[in-house]
Design a protein around this ligand. Structure first.
Ligand SMILES: CC(C)(COP(=O)(O)OP(=O)(O)OC[C@H]1O[C@@H](n2cnc3c(N)ncnc32)[C@H](O)[C@@H]1OP(=O)(O)O)[C@@H](O)C(=O)NCCC(=O)NCCS
Length: 197
């Protein structure tokens, strides 16, 4: 495995990607239920290119989307991490957090647990001032994760996704924000550790 950064939580291991991840991650991205709020499912080739870009981003800037395994059995459950948002978004440039888990891994608090580790990494190791998250308006589960993380939503920040055509049903998006002050006031999270416990 390529060296760090990697993060550990009570139940999860956030790590760099390996060739063995392509198959389960492609299956996840081909699942219409997981991809309900994305414009389309992804082909295996699209997923392969995506993983390549993610690994290049880790090399270039030290953060990106981590592969996530459960610690108790080492099963791959999906992707959680930090991404760079360009100036073509109304709130960009910015750093976002996000998540995409296999359907079988929903409902166990894994997205929040992994995202807390990613936020801690962003606010400490990367020294970021603010981390945002966004999703299409109807993505209730993803918005619930943002709420659980203590992120705040101001309807004045709602925006149309710049890469979706006018009239596309997924185009209206909500933006959630978390700044360092609010994150510290919330106790940080203390859930990220840099080595196995
Ligand atoms: C968005 C997504 C990651 C949310 O997953 P999730 O498992 O619901 O998220 P959480 O980590 O917050 O888990 C909360 C659920 O786990 C339950 N849970 C069980 N054990 C738990 C524990 N030990 N700790 C916390 N929550 C626990 C909670 O009760 C809650 O269940 P509920 O949904 O029935 O209310 C997932 O639905 C997904 O991958 N969706 C597809 C991809 C996507 O849309 N990504 C976002 C694009 S912007």
């Amino acid at each position: 495995m390529t060296p760090g950064p990697e993060l550990w939580t009570d139940r999860l291991h956030l790590r760099r990607w390996t060739a063995a991840d392509l198959r389960p991650f492609a299956a996840l991205n081909a699942d219409p239920e997981v991809m309900e709020y994305f414009p389309s499912t992804l082909s295996t080739e699209e997923v392969r290119v995506f993983i390549e870009r993610v690994e290049a981003a880790f090399e270039d800037r030290g953060f990106s989307w981590w592969a996530v395994d459960t610690r108790h059995d080492g099963d791959f459950v999906g992707m959680v991490g930090l991404g760079r948002v360009g100036a073509d978004y109304p709130f960009g440039p910015a750093v976002e957090t996000g998540w995409r888990l296999a359907r079988t891994a929903w409902g166990q608090g894994y997205a929040v647990e992994a995202a807390r580790a990613a936020l801690t990494y962003g606010f400490t190791a990367l020294d970021l001032e603010e981390i945002v998250a966004f999703t299409t308006v109807a993505n209730r589960r993803s918005r619930a994760v943002m709420d659980r993380l203590g992120m705040s939503h101001d309807p004045a920040d709602d925006f149309d996704h710049p890469h979706l055509a006018a009239g596309h049903p997924l185009r209206p998006h909500v933006l959630y924000r978390l700044d360092r002050r609010r994150w510290v006031a919330g106790g940080g999270t203390g859930e990220a550790a840099d080595r196995p416990r």
